[in-house]
Design a protein around this ligand. Structure first.
Ligand code: ADP
Ligand code: MG
Length: 256
């Protein structure tokens, strides 16, 4: 016959209270020594379990999201990019747009921080327990084409619709053929008013027919209906250091 201690361990395992299983021994000794009341003990153990579970699911959601890198708003130098309106960013950071199933479109030339900001928003969504998935447009179209070829397009689109927030990065960097544009439209129209999308693009809206051809108007119609557009006009952050190096060099040259 098993002892009550053994049964407690079994129950914890069955209930998947993994953190409690690990800390139980040490805690029981402490509770006995310090004569901690039962209610306080339960409070402590349950709190530990909840914070462990929250931590684990945060890690899992972050891994599932598949960001190419992790950068936060705190790491973004807003002074370098004055065209970005801080009120708009603060509003987006409240996550109301995810609750309302609205979209965010970030436009601007390369290096101005579109990917960085969309990842920061994605990480904040994850912290707020929203399932999030990142992919760049080229990989998305390839995967939709593949699914179409394998007769699994509906499954693939359904899968992409299960996330509360979908980040589609780099729209317009590579050409998309007619079939790709139609598949993209199908995804956008399935997610319309059902889940948020963040899109980044180096092309302004009036250049979108160069990306999507005939499907462009229908795609924009759905994307922009409930949306916030952030138009970043400024220098590339990537060449910032190169520029300062170059100006350092030229200063050196002039002083020689
Ligand atoms: P984009 O997607 O617009 O081409 P990224 O977001 O990939 O540009 O930015 C390029 C690199 O520069 C990234 O490493 C990003 O973290 C960094 N970066 C861009 N803008 C800023 C900024 N204002 N402050 C800090 N880092 C920035
Ligand atoms: Mg980018």
């Amino acid at each position: 016959m098993s002892t009550s201690y053994e049964r407690v361990l079994e129950h914890l395992q069955e209930l998947k209270l993994n953190r409690t299983s690990v800390i139980l021994d040490g805690y029981l000794e402490r509770a006995a020594k310090e004569k901690i009341p039962l209610v306080e003990s339960l409070d402590f153990l349950l709190k530990e379990e909840i914070s462990y579970k929250n931590d684990t699911s945060l890690k899992t959601r972050t891994k599932v999201a598949g960001f190419p890198y992790q950068k936060t708003f705190e790491q973004f130098d807003f002074k370098f990019q004055p065209s970005i309106d801080s009120t708009t960013i603060n509003e987006l950071r409240t996550m109301r747009f995810v609750h309302q199933m609205e979209n965010v479109i970030m436009l601007g030339p390369p290096g101005v921080g579109k990917t960085h900001l969309s990842i920061s928003l994605g990480l904040e969504a994850i912290r707020n327990k929203f399932s999030t998935y990142y992919l760049n447009c080229h990989d998305l179209i390839t995967s939709l084409n593949q699914a179409q070829f394998e007769n699994k397009l509906n499954d693939r689109i359904r899968n992409l619709c299960k996330y509360k927030l979908l980040v589609i990065d780099e729209v317009g960097y590579l050409p998309i053929d007619q079939q790709g544009a139609n598949l993209f439209f199908q995804l956008i129209s399935k997610r319309y008013e059902k889940g948020s999308i963040i899109i980044t693009s180096n092309k302004s809206f009036n250049q979108w027919d160069e990306i999507f051809g005939d499907a462009s108007a229908a795609i924009l119609d759905r994307l922009l209906h409930h949306s916030t557009t952030i138009n970043i006009k400024g220098d590339s952050y990537r060449i910032k250091d190169r520029k300062s190096q170059l100006s350092g060099q030229s200063k050196k040259q002039t002083t020689v």
